[in-house]
Design a protein around this ligand. Structure first.
Ligand SMILES: [Zn+2]
Length: 82
């Protein structure tokens, strides 16, 4: 893992009540990079950047009523270790 990796947290409370941790380079996070300042979307929200994976996970774990998930695409190795 490169030390300059950054992490994002994706929160969704409509389709699924979940909080997903992604690397900022993940294809799924591309939308999030444009929406980090958008706090008005009705269904979901992105948070970031986090410098450490542990920070992103801790943040996501604190969200009430959200299932914490680790992206199986960009964080496959890390997911296996957790
Ligand atoms: Zn991802």
């Amino acid at each position: 893992m490169k030390s300059n990796d950054k992490y994002l947290v994706y929160e969704n409370w409509r389709a699924e009540r979940k909080a997903v941790v992604h690397k900022s380079t993940c294809g799924h996070a591309r939308e999030g990079l444009d929406r980090l300042q958008d706090y008005t979307a009705p269904n979901d929200r992105w948070y970031g950047y986090f410098d450490k994976l542990t920070e992103a996970i801790s943040f996501a774990a604190l969200m009430p009523n959200r299932q914490l998930k680790i992206c199986g695409v960009c964080l496959q190795e890390e997911k296996a270790r957790i």
